[in-house]
Design a binder for this molecule. Structure first.
Ligand code: ATP
Length: 327
């Protein structure tokens, strides 16, 4: 059984161009120019129960718009979706009780109240029994190590502490499905790690299905085997994250340090320059040219240090985007 079934889902936004200045504003009142943005173009995929799927893409790719349609916040322009057996945009109560959406960029807790009040409000909304609520609250707050902070006003919490409270509020009713839109954005490394460990535990312990968007690749590497990559509203890749490496495994990254500046023009004939400042350069080059290029570089350039690495997963994904844009 598929938990999430999406077929040719599509969303276009109509918006109006506003010209600057009073004269143009008045003109706009009578003759507005409408524009269409195709944010999501006919995407299809299935997600099974208990899967944790990374939903990746560059800024403006259509990730949030897709998650909003799958949670019923947005009505699609076309296509179909079935989530937990419901059509999300019908917003049936039985559906709303079974999922949560957490957006790292949006605060869902009451700013001037302690987090415990917002969490209690969710208890009432979801009609959670007292015993189940107490158990869930103490379990979640213990796992996230924030028991002492539940009664502190939300605006007095740090970003990391607030995100942990957001997660407790979102999970207090034990949803089977969790949409996470950049849950670790802006957090320091220890908080990112804690949130990741918690999400992994929640996924494994309760068999929850998770769809996660994040610009931090570590989140996706740690939590998701499968990745769906979207760019300009269309799906570019759907499969195992690690397989993206093998698609671009023919490349290596060489980091060089020079004792005196070396111009980009001299380096560019050996491979793609990822970055360079004269004294340091990062080159991406094909594996089959490694031996030859290393020899030339070491013999003819003032190299004082160098290393060879595999292409990072972020870079493999960027290559996927570039390949797509080149056609
Ligand atoms: N209400 C709207 N009206 C017009 N255009 C919109 C609206 N909402 C989103 N868009 C556009 O749709 C495209 C996709 O936006 P979306 O927020 O889904 O991207 P995203 O992949 O989540 O990006 P990011 O990683 O930056 O959050 C963008 O070009 C955005 O400007």
């Amino acid at each position: 059984m598929d938990f999430i079934r999406v077929r040719e889902l599509h969303k276009s936004f109509i918006y109006y161009r506003k010209e600057a200045g009073l004269k143009n504003s008045l003109k706009n009142l009578f003759a507005r120019k409408s524009l269409v943005k195709e944010a999501v173009k006919s995407v299809s995929f299935d997600i099974g129960p208990g899967e944790c799927v990374g939903f990746l893409g560059p800024n403006g790719a259509g990730k949030t718009t897709t998650l909003k349609m799958l949670s019923g916040i947005l009505y699609p322009t076309g296509g179909e979706a079935e989530v937990l057996g419901y059509i999300p945009w019908e917003r049936k109560n039985a559906f709303k009780r079974q999922f949560s959406i957490v957006m790292g960029q949006k605060n869902q807790l009451w700013w001037d109240l302690p987090a415990s009040d917002s969490i209690y409000l969710n208890k009432c909304i979801y009609e959670i029994e007292d015993a189940a609520y107490s158990r869930s609250l103490s379990e979640l707050s213990e796992m996230l190590d924030v028991q002492e902070l539940l009664n502190v006003q939300v605006r007095r919490l740090s970003l990391g502490e607030r995100m942990k409270m957001e997660l407790i509020a979102a999970l207090i009713h034990r949803p089977k499905l969790l949409y996470l839109d950049e849950p670790t954005i802006g957090l320091d490394f220890p908080s990112q790690k804690k949130v990741r460990e918690f999400l992994k535990f929640y996924n494994e312990q309760f068999g929850a299905t998770i769809m996660l968007t994040s610009h931090y690749m570590k989140d996706v590497e740690d939590l998701c085997r499968r990745t769906i990559i979207i760019n300009e509203g269309s799906i570019l890749y759907d499969g195992e994250l690690q397989k993206i490496h093998t698609m671009f495994g023919e490349q290596k990254v060489m980091r060089l340090q020079f004792s005196e500046p070396v111009a980009d023009q001299l380096l560019s004939k050996f491979g793609r320059i990822v970055s360079s400042d004269g004294y340091h350069a990062v080159l991406e080059l094909p594996k089959h040219r490694l031996k030859e290029v290393s020899r030339i570089l070491l013999d003819t350039f003032p190299v004082i240090d160098w290393t060879l690495e595999d292409v990072p997963i972020e870079e493999s994904i960027s290559m996927l985007y570039r390949k797509e844009s080149v056609g």
